[in-house]
Design a protein. Structure first.
Length: 269
């Protein structure tokens, strides 16, 4: 076994050890609380049993799978809209510095504004309009993902080498559709792909968080709605089971994207 392989194996073993240590801490805290008569934090194995129940039992399965569908649908809607607007405006911002300066305050505001505050603002605005409240997570995903995607397109366009820009100016014009489609966007693809990697997992997290804060009590509220509803009845088994399901979905998104992110960063370097 080479030195590099051994180092990689040690990292994997340390990660596995850290995971089991986390489970042990969870079990230990649950045990100490149970000894004091506080049973609000269930043991890990109890949550796993409940997770299996909410996914496959007749009592829970329909609501759970419907909620997962709603959560993913809102994520897709918000992310697609943010990608379209971010791509168009980011491309224009990369070509026109005045437009980039005009959009800079909104981009900075979106990146620095606390996410929970966004939710409260959107609740105050959209609960006045019938039918829009269930789509508050879509707006939140847009506000979180748009700045990342916008800056990726803008930076990708602006990173084009001066020699290529001069050649485009002589050929068809750097701001022409042929130059954008044939040269600038293809050359910026690593930046664009990295922005998707960086924003997609985050979008899923804030989407579920907004579902919890909007206080929906049905499966149409998504997984966040089921978490919030379970908390009303102090059913911590269900709260943690739904939360674990949300974590598994986020990991299913994040892990492949994390691997892609490392490869893309190597390409950018």
């Amino acid at each position: 076994m080479s030195k590099e392989q051994k180092s990689h194996l040690i990292k994997i073993l340390c990660g596995v050890a850290g995971f089991f240590f986390l489970i042990f801490l969870w079990w230990l805290i649950s045990y100490l609380l149970h000894q004091q008569g506080n049973r609000l934090l269930p043991y890990p194995h109890e949550v796993l049993v409940k997770l299996n129940e909410i996914l496959f039992s007749a009592e829970y399965a329909a609501n759970t799978w419907t909620a997962m569908g709603w959560s993913l649908l809102r994520l897709v809607i918000g992310f697609v809209v943010s990608f379209l607007f971010g791509g168009i405006l980011g491309t224009l911002g990369g070509l026109y510095k005045k437009l980039a300066a005009f959009l800079a305050p909104y981009v900075s505001f979106s990146k620095t504004m606390p996410t929970a505050a966004f939710v409260l603002i959107l609740v105050g605005i959209f609960y006045s309009y019938r039918g829009l409240a269930p789509y508050i997570p879509c707006f939140l995903v847009f506000m979180v993902a748009f700045p990342v995607i916008y800056e990726a397109f803008k930076n990708g366009i602006q990173s084009e080498s001066p020699d290529t820009q001069d050649a485009l100016d002589l050929d068809c014009g750097r701001r022409s559709w042929a130059a954008i489609r044939g040269v600038l966007l293809p050359d910026a693809q690593n930046y664009i792909a990295l922005s998707i990697v960086q924003s997609l997992g985050l979008s899923m997290k804030v989407s579920i968080m907004s579902e919890i804060l909007t206080n929906s009590s049905t499966s149409e509220g998504g997984l966040g709605g089921l978490i919030q509803m379970s908390s009303l009845y102090a059913s911590m088994n269900e709260v943690l089971a739904y939360s674990m399901l949300a974590v598994l979905i986020i990991l299913a998104i994040d892990i492949p994207l994390f691997i892609l992110k490392k490869q893309l960063k190597v390409g950018l370097d």
